[in-house]
Write a protein that binds this ligand. Structure first.
Ligand code: PPS
Length: 570
């Protein structure tokens, strides 16, 4: 049923019956490895045949062939290293056992598989990143994944106990065997696969329907990734709601939806070839590769990691080795005069086009701006708006930083009252002293302890912001890295406004409200920020306020103005 799997046979590594019982029994005496999110995704597709013909994680010679030539030892094309990385410590523990077996478990302790560690090797990660991702810039998500693997890659016989357990979308999670079964039940012989990690809009629907029109007799499998995608992407729960909605807009019986637990590497050209192989294993014999397939976007200097059609070119070049038809597509654009979508290279001469980029869409969602009907469907807009409310409905954090006595707490308290008077969101005040009484009572003032203190504050504030509340934090927070940690964590789930209270240390000492500076000068207190302990000035805070000649009222007004300007309050 469907396309012939890569290498001829669909791999299935899950044991059954007595063999499974024995594996489970044996596993209780083995050392265990807790699989990471990426490892869980990889093992799911290894065990269910999504990565056929692979039957285990790659040994050194397979890995070398794949990294250098995109070839397995039998000559078959395979562009992506699939490896199991473990630490020196875990390797030593396994090496000390007689059987060399390692039980692979999920974070709840469920046994997923057992690997017999028959070989291990240390990878040259720079070479791996260069050859597979075409970059060694850790800003590239795939390069980052490579650099964050443990030092040893291991290989050996892999026996599956069960697929990783999921509690969501079980109606859409199908193995290659189950997808093939679905095709058989529907009577589908030729299937076009469509890969995505973004919400789908009219352009995607038009593109896939057009692919089917150009290839008569083909049906469409929409197979979005719900494993790991590019950091910052729209979460898959929101996306699956969009897919479930848009699938209803296809002509009856033309398309079906199934989700894929893949850990994407954002590896552009090689990733496109890899995606095609996976879809072949799922029974599809056509694969759409559009503009910037699996692209990681730009590096921090604004340069593209890959050219927009580089992935498409490599997929087309590999077509004969892949044994499935690559359907290359240019970007689809809207032509208002015809109220119709066209591939950008087929737009009738002289006609204007329209398009809304992902960045523009995110901006429209954030600001509550209008999203036109020609771009997407009303239902999709509603799903996206519910999941990305405008800033006036999102939670946010105001994060003060500055010396002791700079005025942080006073302004934080006043801001708290002003926001309570005006708004309806719940507010939590995480003042330095309060935090050190309730959250960090065991911590001192070493660098490690100060960093941990700020991480805790960042974590609590991110949970508050995520739930739609306001967190006002007022620690000294002397180190940039810990402040960045808090910023990154919170910005992912809501707004983040850093306010540097840059009152000079001399003024703070003159005020000396708590008498701490006097104690420092008397030699009774050591390691005091700004006197004999560092304070790294924030480079780009949203606001800087020196309370030497700005009153508390004025400071609060400055902050409220900023919050208003950014749309957090009205
Ligand atoms: S940090 O570095 O962000 O973890 O510090 P923080 O938790 O904000 O500090 C809270 C209060 O501790 C008092 N204190 C000191 N501050 C700086 N250095 C040393 N060694 C120290 N020892 C005690 C100080 O009063 C801080 O409160 P604020 O509100 O800033 O005056």
């Amino acid at each position: 049923i469907g396309a012939i799997p890569h290498g001829g046979e669909l791999v299935d590594l899950i044991l059954v019956g007595d063999e499974l019982d024995q594996l489970k029994k044996r596993s209780t005496h083995m050392p265990s490895l807790l699989l990471s999110k990426k490892q869980l995704c990889d093992i799911e597709l290894l065990l269910n045949g999504g990565f056929s013909p692979l039957t285990t994680f790659m040994d050194q010679s397979t890995y070398d062939g794949v990294v250098e030539n995109m070839k397995l030892s039998n000559g078959l094309i395979f562009p992506m290293p699939i490896v199991l990385d473990i630490s020196q410590e875990t390797l030593d523990i396994v090496q000390a056992t007689e059987s060399k077996d390692l039980a692979l478990r999920d974070e709840e302790g469920n046994l997923i598989a057992v690997i017999r560690v028959e070989s291990f090797y240390k990878a040259d990660k720079i070479r791996e990143a260069k050859l597979t991702m075409g970059s060694v810039d850790p800003y590239h998500p795939g390069v980052n994944l490579i650099f964050n693997t443990k030092e040893y890659y291991v290989s050996g016989k892999l026996e599956g106990a069960q697929l990783p357990v999921h509690y969501d979308y079980n109606d859409l999670r199908r193995t290659p065997k189950q997808v093939r079964e679905m095709f058989r039940e529907k009577g589908w012989k030729n299937v076009i696969a469509f890969q995505t990690r973004n919400p789908m809009h009219r352009a995607h629907r038009e593109l896939t329907v057009r692919a089917a029109e150009l290839n008569p007799g083909c049906n469409i499998l929409i197979q979005p990734v719900v494993g790991m995608t590019k950091p910052g992407d729209i979460d898959y729960h929101t996306r699956v709601k969009c897919y479930k909605s848009i699938i209803k807009s296809y002509p009856d019986g033309l398309a079906a939806l199934s989700v894929l637990p893949l850990a994407m590497r954002m590896g552009g050209p090689r990733e496109a070839v890899w995606h095609a192989i996976i879809r072949k294993n799922f029974g599809c014999n056509h694969f759409i590769v559009g503009r910037d397939h699996a692209g990681p976007g730009e590096d921090k200097n604004g340069n593209l990691f890959y050219q927009p059609y580089e992935a498409q070119e490599m997929a087309l070049e590999s077509q004969s080795q892949l044994g499935l038809k690559i359907l290359p597509f240019q970007m689809m654009v809207y032509v208002p005069a015809h109220d119709k979508y066209y591939p950008v290279d087929e737009v009738p001469a002289g006609l204007e086009t329209a398009n809304i980029s992902g960045t523009k869409l995110r901006h429209l969602l954030r600001t509550g701006g209008e999203i036109p009907d020609w771009f997407t469907y009303t239902q999709i807009v509603k799903i996206l708006r519910d999941s990305c409310p405008p800033r006036s409905k999102q939670g946010f954090t105001v994060f003060f930083t500055g010396f002791s006595g700079s005025g942080k707490s006073t302004i934080a308290n006043a801001l708290n009252e002003a926001l309570l008077e005006d708004g309806s969101r719940s507010i939590t005040l995480l003042d330095g002293d309060v935090v050190r009484t309730f959250l960090s009572s065991e911590l001192g003032f070493s660098k490690d302890h100060r960093d941990l203190n700020i991480k805790r504050i960042g974590f609590v504030a991110s949970e508050i912001s995520k739930a739609g509340g306001i967190a006002i934090c007022a620690p000294i927070a002397p180190y940039s890295e810990a402040r960045k940690f808090a910023r990154d964590l919170i910005s992912n789930v809501g707004g983040f406004v850093e306010v540097h209270i840059n009152t000079p240390i001399e003024t703070c000492e003159k005020r000396d409200r708590k008498g701490l500076y006097a104690k420092v000068r008397a030699g009774q207190l050591k390691g005091f920020t700004g006197i004999d302990d560092p304070y790294e000035n924030p480079e780009n805070p949203e606001l800087r306020i020196d309370t030497t000649d700005v009153s508390v009222k004025e400071a609060v007004a400055l902050i409220l103005n900023h919050l208003r300007k950014e749309g957090y309050i009205q």
